[in-house]
Design a protein around this ligand. Structure first.
Ligand code: BGC
Length: 372
């Protein structure tokens, strides 16, 4: 399928929210949502063309078959070892990252546009052949992007296999609610996670799942990212992740199903985004590896900390960690996962605090209404 020329598709709802994506890797090149000023605001960083996104941090692409890292050269299933390409970590910490050399972000997908029950949809389908990137089983994958009538980008993932395998699909969207005019220091983040998966120097889970209490990863209350970045040079956890957040948070879910995972808001544009997912975890990544050399959208320059990715997922290296929730998929079973990025605006009326001297944590200029 690699020979097919990638095409761009756009869907939009009655409010004007629009999503444009490429058949190459399901890469989203634009996601515009209505802001408090009634205008449409760009919410994602992007490169000048979808072809450039792979080499620039998998920007806004579908990730598979396995999101994040797998250590030890591969994994065993039912006693058989499956070697994976070591496409990250160099000589010191080799691992497989985001599906291997030619992960789902580099494949051209079949795309179908249709009107779904909740809004306009783009369905991406692909048969990943047995042995692709070392993974066993013919894996049929269908991922549906919906722009819902209530201004959310909903993603429904489905996969089936004809041999036992593993699957961990996600989306690597780089959110910047300022349309990418500056870094995300004035954005506020909140994550419903009391624990995270600890990692070694190669960002491979050690198996420990410590509490976030007292660490820079305690994002249970709304936290201004500028305050996190200010600690990044001295804090051990942030330093270990190249000077920012790049960690797998284990969500405090009380039941299976779609649950709130995180909040993200920008006190300058007044845009707010809520993340909901059926997944047990989310990788929060503050674009620590993004550089000014990124071939950004015309007229823009990006750099370190210019976005946040909320990659909903099972924990990294799960195939090698029996204590983590299983990513195994067997013939006859159906892999299903849903994530919703829901957009709205900060309340403008009933907060007197303006953020300057307030418990809400949102920082200067906030009008969220959650303060004292
Ligand atoms: C990983 C980072 C990695 C980045 C690549 C994230 O999901 O956690 O470590 O550098 O993807 O864009």
């Amino acid at each position: 399928m690699g020979h097919m020329k990638p095409k761009l598709y756009t869907i939009s709802n009655a409010a004007g929210m629009s999503l444009t994506a490429s058949s190459l890797g399901g890469i989203v090149t634009s996601l515009k949502v209505p802001g408090p000023d009634g205008k449409l605001h760009e919410t994602l960083l992007a490169c000048r063309s979808a072809e450039l996104h792979h080499g620039n941090g998998y920007m806004n692409a579908l990730i598979g078959r396995f999101g994040n890292r797998i250590s030890g050269g591969g994994f065993s299933l039912d006693g058989e070892f499956h070697a994976l390409a070591q496409n990250s970590g160099g000589k010191k910490h080799p691992c497989s990252l985001h599906g291997g050399e030619t992960g789902f972000d580099r494949c051209v997908w079949n795309v179908e546009k249709y009107a779904g029950a909740e809004g306009p949809c783009l369905a991406f389908t692909r048969l990943s052949p047995d042995g692709e990137e070392g993974y066993p089983g013919n894996l049929f994958v269908r991922v549906v992007y919906t722009v819902t009538e209530d201004n959310a980008w909903r993603i429904d993932y489905l996969a089936t296999t004809d041999k036992p395998t593993v699957a961990n699909l996600t989306q690597h969207a780089y959110f910047n609610l300022n349309g990418g005019v500056r870094d995300v220091s004035e954005h506020v983040v909140q994550v419903d996670a009391s624990r995270y998966t600890a990692v070694d120097a190669g960002l491979i889970p050690t198996g420990e799942v410590p509490s976030v209490e007292g660490t820079a990863l305690d994002l249970r209350a709304p936290t201004r990212l500028g305050d996190v970045f200010a600690r990044a040079g001295r804090d051990k956890l942030l330093k270990g992740a190249s000077g920012g957040i790049d960690h797998n948070f284990v969500l405090d879910r009380t039941a299976p199903g779609l649950a709130h995972a995180a909040d993200f808001l920008d006190t300058e544009s007044g845009l707010a985004m809520q993340v909901y997912t059926t997944e047990p975890c989310v990788q929060v990544y503050t674009a620590n590896f993004l550089t000014e050399a990124v071939p950004a959208r015309a007229g823009q320059t990006y750099g370190k900390h210019w976005a946040v990715c909320f990659e909903t997922q099972h924990a990294p290296d799960s195939p090698n960690r029996a204590s983590f929730a299983s990513t195994r998929l067997d013939p006859g079973d159906v892999y299903r996962s849903t994530t919703v990025y829901a957009f709205g605006t900060l309340e403008t009326d009933d907060c007197d605090c303006r953020g300057d001297d307030c418990d809400c944590g949102h920082g200067h200029g906030c009008r969220c209404g959650n303060g004292k």
